[in-house]
Design a protein around this ligand. Structure first.
Ligand SMILES: Cc1cc2nc3c(=O)[nH]c(=O)nc-3n(C[C@H](O)[C@H](O)[C@H](O)COP(=O)(O)O)c2cc1C
Length: 343
C-alpha cells in the first residue's frame, strides 16, 4: 500500500506536506519560517508586536519579508492578529502591517509569487478581507468555533485554521472553550472551505488524527519553537522541553486570554490586570515587553512564555527537517497499520 501524505491544501499553497508553521508574534520567526519552507511545509512570518506603532510595524515587516524571501526558494505565509474594536495604536499598527505587505508584494514579483497566504487571527478580519483578496493573496483566518468558521466561509475566505483551547498563545474565553478533538470535526462538518487543525499537534499521531477528523492539514506552534533553527532563545526552548502536564496556565493577553507556561511573570500580569491600576494601553505595552523579555533575553522567570498544553509531549530540540520528515514517515506507517487492523 502506497501512502502519500498529500491533500488539496498542498496544491492550494504550493507545498509538499500539509503542515503550516504557526504565526508566533511578537517573536521574530524568519529563520524558523525559512527552515520550515525549505523542509517542504509552509513557514510563516510573525509580526513583531501589536503596540509598536505603524512606523516600526512597516519597517520590521518589510525586513522580515525580504529576509525570508532570501533564505528560501519555496512558498511562505504571513500572520497578523486583527480586530476592529481595539485601542487606536493597535488598529494603526495592524493597518500598517497589512498595507505594507500588500504594497511590498506589488513591487516585487518574486515576493508576489512566493508569499502566497495571509493568515489573520484574533478579531474579525472584515476590515481587511477585500484588500487581501484583491492583492491576489489567499486568506485564511484562525477560528475557535464552527460558528466563526461559517462566518468566515460566508465572508469569502479561502480557508480556516480551527484552533482548540489547548493551543499556545491567545485562546478561547474560558466559558466558550472548545478543545481540538471536538472542534475540528464540528468545523469540518460545517464548512466546505479547507480546514487546518491547530492546538496540541506535534507529531504523526496528531497529524493523522487531524486528517481523520476531516482537516486538510495542521498548524503547529509550540512544536516548532523547540527546534534547532527556531529564532527563540535557548532558555525558551528548554523551558518547553522541561515542562510537563499542568505546567501551563491562562493569563490575560493583548486580545483576551492567552496560554503560557506558569511562572512569576504570568502570575504578576494576572495580578496587575485584576487590580486594574494600569491604563489598558500601558498594560498592553507591558505584556508585549514581558513577551519580548523571554525570547530576547531568555528571561523565562519574569517574561511571559507563551506555549500550548502540548509541551507535555515535547521532549527534544531537533532540527525542523527532522520534525517534518519524522511526522511524514511515521504518519505513513500509522495509516498502513490502521489499514491492516480494520479489515
Ligand atoms: C509563542 C506563541 C506566540 C503566538 N503568537 C501568535 C500570533 O502572533 N498570531 C497568531 O495568530 N497566533 C499566535 N499564536 C498561536 C499559534 O499561531 C498557533 O495557533 C498555536 O501555537 C497552535 O497550538 P500549539 O501551540 O499547540 O501548536 C502563538 C502561539 C505561541 C505559542
Amino acid at each position: 500500500m502506497v501512502v502519500s501524505i498529500k491533500t488539496e491544501l498542498c496544491d492550494l499553497l504550493g507545498i509538499e506536506y500539509p503542515i503550516i508553521q504557526a504565526g508566533l508574534g511578537p517573536y521574530c520567526t524568519v529563520n524558523l519560517a525559512a527552515a520550515v519552507s525549505n523542509a517542504g511545509a509552509l513557514g510563516t512570518i510573525s509580526i513583531p508586536g501589536m503596540t509598536v506603532g505603524p512606523e516600526i510595524a512597516s519597517e520590521k515587516i518589510r525586513e522580515y519579508m525580504h529576509t525570508v524571501k532570501k533564505k528560501t526558494k519555496n512558498n511562505f505565509a504571513i500572520n497578523t492578529p486583527v480586530g476592529e474594536h481595539v485601542p487606536d495604536i493597535m488598529l494603526k499598527t495592524t493597518d500598517a502591517y497589512i498595507d505594507t505587505v500588500i504594497e511590498e508584494r506589488e513591487k516585487d514579483p518574486d515576493l508576489k509569487r512566493r508569499l502566497v497566504l495571509y493568515i489573520t487571527s484574533a478579531g474579525s478580519p472584515a476590515r481587511y478581507h477585500k484588500k487581501i483578496k484583491d492583492s491576489g493573496l489567499l486568506h485564511f483566518h484562525v477560528v475557535p468555533s464552527a460558528y466563526h468558521a461559517k462566518k468566515m466561509e460566508k465572508m469569502g475566505l479561502d480557508g480556516v485554521i480551527a484552533s482548540g483551547y489547548e493551543a499556545g498563545g491567545h485562546t478561547h474565553l474560558p466559558n466558550r472553550a472548545v478543545h481540538t478533538f471536538v472542534l475540528i470535526p464540528s468545523v469540518t462538518d460545517s464548512v466546505k472551505i479547507p480546514v487546518v487543525a491547530a492546538g496540541g499537534i506535534c507529531d504523526a499521531k496528531t497529524l493523522v488524527a487531524a486528517l481523520a477528523l476531516g482537516a486538510q492539514g495542521v498548524q503547529m506552534g509550540t512544536r516548532f519553537i523547540a527546534t534547532r533553527e527556531s529564532d527563540f532563545h535557548i532558555n525558551y526552548k528548554r523551558f518547553i522541553v522541561e515542562s510537563g502536564e499542568w505546567s501551563d496556565m491562562v493569563a490575560p493577553g493583548v486580545y483576551g486570554p492567552a496560554r503560557c507556561l506558569r511562572n512569576k511573570g504570568a502570575e504578576e500580569i494576572i495580578k496587575l490586570e485584576a487590580e486594574g491600576v494600569l491604563p489598558e494601553e500601558e498594560l498592553n505595552k507591558l505584556k508585549d515587553e514581558r513577551l519580548w523579555a523571554s525570547e530576547r533575553d531568555g528571561d523565562v522567570v519574569n517574561g511571559l512564555v507563551s506555549a500550548g498544553q502540548v509541551v507535555s509531549r515535547i521532549n527534544n530540540i531537533p532540527s525542523v527537517s527532522e520534525v517534518i520528515e519524522n511526522i511524514i514517515r511515521e504518519a505513513t506507517e500509522i495509516i498502513k497499520k490502521l489499514n491492516g487492523v480494520l479489515k
